[in-house]
Each structure stands twice: as structure tokens, then as C-alpha cells.
Write a protein that binds this ligand. Structure first.
Ligand code: S3P
Length: 186
């Protein structure tokens, strides 16, 4: 397994902001699947949805997933819908540790409306967004780890992710690794 850290979760979970902080803290590169798609298509995601529709965007996500298999040791933030198809979370789990940034839907929804243009929210009622979340939740729940973001700022969420990764032995513990290294060489 490649040791990427892969963030999944609903729109508004803070995958981008947490991912940036986490990558800096771990000294890793940060990659966003939405950026990979935007770069490949040469235009922003709302335009891709408007011109070619959701099905085309989902096909681009499939292609992106194949490219992610080449990544090693990166922090990767995925678009909110990327893991929500059969086999996707399983594929991501072969590439690293999948971390679900979960949270209270009301807070996620509010944050998602506030920051950036999101085609999946356009023209949808609150109830429709809730139904979308309910359909997606079982996919996110297949992640290796989950961190509840409710009431936490991105910095705190990143700290919780680090703790959760260390707890699962997915990162060297900063205070223990020194002794561990000594032990290994003696
Ligand atoms: C989507 C979420 C977006 C982006 C696209 C579709 C979704 O990413 O990939 O607009 O289906 O939930 P964020 O989760 O970063 O908003």
C-alpha cells in the first residue's frame, strides 16, 4: 500500500483547508482531485458541469482515480462525490489511509453554501441536499478513520487527523520514533 493520506467527506467538510495544513505539518505534498480535473480540462468545475453535465464530470473523476494510483506519500483531498460509487473507497484504501472528515450536516451545508460555487448544491432544496448526504454517508463510512469536524477549525481538525493516524500506527509518533530508531539500529 502507498502511504498517502486521503481525505474524503461531504461538501463543506473542509477537505481542502485541512489538507493544506496537514500536508504542511507532515512535510508532504498536497494534491486535490478537483484541481487535477480543472487543470486537465482547462476550466473551472462549475463550467464543466454546465457544459458537459455531471456524468462527464464523474467520468473525469474515474480517470483521476487511476492517476492517483501513481501517488506516493501525498496528502490527497477528494471531491465530495468521488468516493460515492461502488468500489471507489476500496480503490482509495489500496492507495493509503482514507480519512472521513465527518460532521453535522447543518454545519457542513452552511459552510458549503458560504465557500465557493458548488454545482451539486445549485437549485437544490435543503431536503434534497440531505437526501444526497444520506445516500453518500455509507460510502464515507467505509473510510479507515473518521474525524468529527463539528465545532473545530481546520487547524484543530488537522491536529485530530494526525492524532488518529498516529493512533492507528499510520504515522511515526514524533516522541517515540526517535527511541524506536535507536532500538532498530542496536
Ligand atoms: C462535488 C463536490 C465538489 C466537486 C464537484 C462535485 C460533489 O468538491 O468535486 O463540485 O459531488 O459533492 P468539494 O467536496 O470540495 O466541494
Amino acid at each position: 500500500m502507498s502511504d498517502n493520506v486521503i481525505l474524503v467527506g461531504f461538501m463543506g467538510a473542509g477537505k481542502s483547508s485541512v489538507g493544506h495544513i496537514l500536508a504542511r505539518r507532515l512535510g508532504r505534498c498536497f494534491v486535490e482531485t478537483d484541481d487535477m480535473i480543472t487543470a486537465r480540462e482547462g476550466r473551472p468545475i462549475p463550467e464543466i458541469f454546465a457544459d458537459k453535465g455531471e456524468a462527464h464530470f464523474r467520468a473525469l473523476e474515474e480517470e483521476t482515480l487511476r492517476l492517483l494510483a501513481l501517488k506516493r506519500g501525498d496528502v490527497i483531498a477528494t471531491g465530495g462525490g468521488l468516493p460515492c460509487r461502488d468500489g471507489r473507497v476500496e480503490a482509495l484504501r489500496t492507495m493509503g489511509t482514507v480519512v472521513w472528515l465527518s460532521g453535522d450536516l447543518a454545519a457542513l451545508y452552511e459552510r458549503a453554501l458560504r465557500s465557493g460555487e458548488r454545482p451539486m448544491l445549485r437549485g437544490k432544496t435543503r431536503e434534497e441536499v440531505e437526501a444526497l448526504y444520506k445516500r453518500r454517508e455509507p460510502f464515507y463510512a467505509k473510510a479507515d478513520l473518521s474525524v468529527d469536524t463539528t465545532g473545530l477549525n481546520p487547524d484543530r481538525v488537522a491536529a485530530e487527523v494526525v492524532k488518529a493516524l498516529q493512533g492507528r500506527g499510520r504515522l511515526p509518533h514524533p516522541t517515540l520514533s526517535h527511541h524506536g530508531d535507536q532500538g532498530a539500529s542496536s
